[in-house]
Design a protein around this ligand. Structure first.
Ligand code: BES
Ligand code: MN
Ligand code: MN
Length: 457
């Protein structure tokens, strides 16, 4: 074990350089203009798996390719399914990056690039630790199956189809995903719950063309006014979501869970500094941490319509659109939430405006059994690498594949994040702390030997 860790320490600058070459590939899944780079990135992952000692294959899908590699040492050993995503969020807005998103640069101990933490930097720790084991010992203490997809950031449906059609290939005892965060700097976390999500787009059509607002103003409904009004009704001044029935199925925290939340260190001022805001806002009577991870939300992600250029323009615009997502907590049903959202918005749509509601991806929330042997083993591995035992937390983000692993493959997932929520995920200047990356490779290396000790059921 120690020789593996020593090897990883010796290799640190090479590993970081390799991560940079991974980050230079602009693998933006949302934008079809980047489709060729997605293929190039999949090949990069395949080569890196081969280098790590895995037998690696690229599986084309209807969308972006899936890369799969495995190394079966001995069927009697536990089999671990490692998951990650090589696709990244679009880099926009480009002008807010200190250095370009796909030209990785280290500054102040942080490596800046789109995907540095979400999820290239985190997933790469597992490939490096597997490589260290195979190069030093010629084998791993567990069997590993590594699945790296390219459609996580667009809520792709092709991965579920791949899971359904490759159940035997992917058969494993437990899954490992490093796509979450530490609780705070130096306080590692194992994430035992994630929120679910539903996404939709509202499109309003008013007059068949933009109209002069002097000639026609006051005589017909303006779709931008209408959209602003209906969106404005979604969340009350008390932070409660106003959609009838929205909270009906929400599972409240148990008293044990409430106590677990209460003992986690939390600084409101540090939090406000992290997000760059002057005040928190949310459901009355709930702490910021609970609001952020264990309560549902309704957020407008983008709104557009009418004239956006310089100077005034006196029109009644013809169209308006908004993109909306709700984060879900356990027991909330995605379809039911979308039905309620659609009904609420439609009921608030004035006459003369055509209403269209387009549903997008969705998944349920998830909570994980905190008492499993796999989790105990993971805690030990994380403690060894971080010098500090991990806290068990819930997170606010969503990783739909975790639910698919449970439902399709019948396995639980260990969510082990090495990065930080303050790493600017999905934002300009995304980064990973270089120390977090290296610590992640060590934790991953320890993980294989700890998981090897768990008795398969
Ligand atoms: N890695 C994130 C999710 C995440 C980040 C969870 C930090 C917990 C802490 C993932 O890549 C992501 O962005 N997920 C999307 C899912 C959606 C597109 C279906 C999300 O949560 O918005
Ligand atoms: Mn991610
Ligand atoms: Mn993401």
């Amino acid at each position: 074990m120690n020789d593996v860790l020593d090897f990883l320490r010796q290799q640190q600058s090479i590993s970081l350089e390799q991560l940079c070459s991974f980050l230079r590939i602009p693998s933006v899944s949302a934008d079809s203009a980047y489709a060729p780079q997605m293929g190039i990135c999949a090949e990069w992952v395949q080569n890196s798996m081969t280098e790590a000692g895995l037998k690696a294959t690229i599986y084309p899908t209807k969308g972006h390719p899936i890369v799969y590699g495995e190394r079966i040492e001995n069927p009697a050993l536990p089999t671990v399914l490692v998951y990650g995503h090589y696709d990244v969020q679009p880099p926009d807005p480009l002008n807010l990056w200190t250095t370009p998103a796909f030209e990785p640069q280290v500054r102040d101990g942080k490596l800046f690039a789109r995907g540095a933490t979400d999820d290239k930097g985190q997933l790469f720790t597992h490939l490096k630790s597997i490589e260290a084991w195979t190069k030093i010992h010629g084998s791993l203490p567990v069997n590993v199956k590594v699945l790296i997809e390219g459609e996580e950031e667009v809520g792709g449906v092709n991965l579920d189809h791949f899971l359904e059609t490759h159940k035997q290939l992917l058969k494993a005892d437990v899954a490992v995903v490093s796509d979450t965060s530490q609780y705070a700097d130096g306080i590692p976390a194992i994430t035992c719950g994630l929120r679910g999500i539903v996404a939709a787009e509202v499109r309003l059509k008013g007059p068949s063309k933009d109209l002069h607002s002097g000639i026609y103003g006051g005589s017909i409904a303006n779709p931008v006014n209408a959209l602003a009004k209906m969106c404005g009704k979604l969340v009350g001044d008390d932070g409660r979501i106003q959609i009838p029935g929205f909270y009906d199925d929400v599972l409240e925290l148990t008293s044990i869970e409430q106590e677990q939340y209460a003992v986690l260190p939390f600084s409101e001022s540090a939090f406000l500094k992290e997000v760059g805001s002057s005040a928190t806002f949310g459901e009355a009577g709930r702490s910021t941490l609970v609001r952020r991870t264990a309560r549902p939300t309704c957020d407008i992600n983008g709104i557009a319509g009418g004239y956006q250029g310089e100077g005034p323009k006196t029109i009644i615009p013809s169209r308006a659109v908004a993109k909306i997502t709700c984060r879900l907590v356990p027991k909330m049903n995605p379809t039911k939430v979308l039905d309620a959202l659609e009904k609420f918005l439609k009921a608030n749509c004035p006459p003369g405006i055509e209403f269209e509601f387009k549903r997008s991806h969705g998944c349920e929330a998830f909570v994980f059994d905190p008492t499993s042997d796999w989790l105990t083993a993971a805690r030990k591995a994380v403690e060894t690498a971080f010098g500090q035992p991990p806290v068990l937390i819930r997170e606010g983000g969503s990783i739909p594949v975790v639910l698919s692993f449970k439902q399709i493959l019948g396995i639980d997932t260990l969510l082990l994040g090495w990065g930080r929520n303050s790493d600017n995920l999905h934002s300009p200047d995304e980064h990973i702390h270089v120390t977090d990356f290296h610590r992640g490779t060590l934790a991953s290396a320890c993980l294989w030997s700890e998981l090897a000790k768990v008795k398969k059921t």
